[in-house]
Design a protein around this ligand. Structure first.
Ligand code: NAD
Length: 309
């Protein structure tokens, strides 16, 4: 089977590419390298076809391959804070880009589109764990565009019979996740730890997150693409809540680096609690997270130390 992966040079996308190759699929990647890196694909560069372009450019879709049976759509402008700074770019990439992709999938009679959605669509939970039917109340333009994109995919399913799956990833972490100004908490803390700087927690540290390893997320994504039963929306998390204070303690244990924590005021767009119910993914495509946070963090630090040195 031939698969198209948008955002395949990114953190999660490059793991999805490797999982697809591992399962024997041919892979085409589309990426504009705005936040992704060819280096993420270095070990598989000879095995894939790479197209550099932006998903919100209609010309890209006129010339994109028409013979991919499944599209894994991970390209996006990612993160709450980035979207607050540039909501127009967020809408252009995450919503308009997704629309171009859905139109191309419809034209080329693609069998299935699996898209990366986000726990950001829910906003502050009114009940825990967050199941798929939980009210949607996004706290940032990012959450709004991700929700609109998944709704658009569902509408394309109803109107045109295109099979679509939206996977609402929770807090994904793991190898190849780099530190940047908008990065997730684990790379930021890792960077501060190895520089022996104090870690900054926005809030009191009792807020919770559902940290899920990228290896499990990549497996779930490919399994959703292959499964006859997967259709509609699914949460992809670990099903475990971790407070930021517990995260810091685990990072300290795993590395042996003593840390100092500074507490600052909570940031706009950050929710207080987050925890996924993963029963639907488990029922429809046998999703079971395999890596606990301590093992995942050990693996992450092994990679991170090599990357920064
Ligand atoms: N990392 C997380 O915790 C998390 C959580 C929820 C959802 N997600 C979703 O997972 C997907 C992958 O996220 P990630 O963490 O790997 O981020 P990432 O920034 O590493 O990956 C995004 C990739 O998309 C590419 N890209 C961005 N804009 C593009 C455009 N206009 N055209 C073509 N390519 C473009 C980037 O170059 C990059 O390679 C995204 O859809 C994101 O919204 C991630």
């Amino acid at each position: 089977m031939r698969a198209l992966v948008t955002g395949g040079a990114g953190f999660i996308g490059s793991h999805v590419v490797r999982e697809l190759l591992h399962k024997g699929h041919e892979v085409v990647v589309i990426d504009d390298l705005s936040t992704g890196f060819m280096e993420n694909l270095a070990s598989v560069q000879e095995e894939i076809r790479f197209i550099q372009g932006s998903i919100d450019d209609p010309d890209l879709w006129r010339t994109s391959p028409s013979d991919c049976q499944v599209i894994y759509h991970l390209a996006a402008s990612v993160g709450n804070q980035r979207s607050i700074l540039d909501p127009v770019n967020d809408a252009s990439v995450n919503l308009v880009g997704t629309l171009h992709l859905l139109n191309a999938a419809r034209t080329h009679r693609t069998e299935k589109v699996v898209m990366a959605s986000s726990a950001g669509i829910f906003g502050e939970p009114v009940r825990l764990p967050v199941d798929e039917g939980h009210p949607k109340n996004p706290d940032s333009p990012y959450g709004v565009t991700k929700l609109a994109a998944e709704q658009m995919a569902l509408v394309y399913s109803r109107l045109f019979g295109l099979s679509t799956v939206a996977l609402r990833y929770f807090n994904v972490y793991g190898t190849l996740q780099r530190y940047d100004a908008y990065g997730n908490v684990i790379p930021i803390f890792a960077q501060q730890m190895i520089r022996r700087q104090p870690l900054t927690i926005y809030g009191d540290g009792h807020q919770t997150r559902d940290f899920v390893n990228v290896v499990d997320v990549a497996r779930a994504t490919v399994a959703a693409g292959m499964s006859k039963h997967a259709s509609g929306v699914y949460n992809i998390g670990s099903g475990m809540a971790t407070t930021l204070n517990q995260l810091v303690a685990t990072m300290q244990e795993v590395t042996g680096i003593p840390v100092n924590v500074r507490y600052d005021v909570p940031r706009r767009g950050d929710v207080r609690h987050s925890l996924a119910s993963i029963a639907w993914a488990s029922r429809d495509f046998d999703y079971t997270p395999s890596l606990g946070l301590p093992e995942g963090l050990e693996e992450y630090f092994d990679w991170f130390m090599g990357w920064v040195s």
